[in-house]
Design a protein around this ligand. Structure first.
Ligand code: HEM
Ligand code: HEM
Length: 178
């Protein structure tokens, strides 16, 4: 049987690690009042949110470097031009959002960023209107990310269960399909 095109182990690890971190941040933010009591209060909840956000920023820079170095597998047929354009655009916007969100999160506060309770990253001094601006950017891009992830997940599942092609398999461990 012809093997499905595969992302490298490094790319798969980065993809699923990011997905888990993003998922935790989003659930923690949108359900903060119910989740806070289980993680030790609102302060800890936001330390986790911000620290995971910082990790995502650097993991995404690494991810872009890995993609430039290793390239990506051809998962969609060459003649599916529209699908390829939509898929690449969504993926490109996802990278952008994964950089803008942590940056705007950092820039919207006048207080130092406490990374994992160990490292204090000083805030950048600026007029209050700028903090307000980055706060709006953070909220708008957060909802854009949630919408795009929903679309991205739906597309992956649609390919797997309806089209029955190899798109989802390309991002899952190869040994699952031997
Ligand atoms: C990929 C990374 C990140 C994602 C996906 C993300 C997502 C979110 C979401 C969904 C919200 C809730 C929006 C709402 O209340 O309607 C939020 C709020 C917030 N985020 Fe992030 N965030 C990220 C990184 C960061 C970072 C790095 C920081 C700070 C250094 C940060 C600080 C905050 C703060 C303080 C709020 C509360 C804002 C408010 O309620 O007014 N975030 N974020
Ligand atoms: C259950 C959740 C998810 C599923 C089933 C899934 C599935 C997939 C699949 C099958 C691909 C390869 C598609 C192709 O190359 O055309 C892919 C790539 C990608 N996914 Fe996801 N994904 C999920 C969650 C996420 C999340 C949460 C993010 C980001 C916030 C994300 C960002 C990306 C990006 C940027 C790519 C492009 C390749 C790469 O950089 O690794 N995915 N995903």
């Amino acid at each position: 049987m012809k093997k499905s095109p595969q992302y490298s182990v490094k790319q798969k690890t980065i993809h699923w690690l990011t997905a888990i971190l993003v998922f935790i941040i989003i659930v923690f933010s949108l359900m903060r009042t119910s989740v806070a009591q289980y993680v030790g209060g609102m302060g800890t909840l936001f330390t986790i949110h911000k620290s995971f956000g910082v990790m995502i920023f650097f993991i995404t820079l690494w991810r872009i470097y890995v993609i430039i170095k290793q390239g990506v597998p051809e998962v969609l047929p060459k003649d599916e031009r529209l699908q390829r354009i939509v898929s690449k655009s969504v993926q490109g916007i996802l990278y952008l959002l994964l950089l803008i969100l942590p940056l705007s999160g950092y820039l919207m506060s006048s207080r130092p960023l406490n990374f994992l309770g160990i490292i204090s990253i000083p805030a950048i001094e600026m007029p209050n209107t700028f903090y307000g601006f980055f706060h709006s950017v953070h909220i708008i891009t957060a909802y854009a990310l949630i919408a795009l992830i929903a679309l991205h997940m739906f597309a992956a599942l649609y390919h797997h269960f309806w089209v029955k092609d190899k798109v989802l398999k390309s991002m899952l461990p190869e040994r699952w399909f031997d």
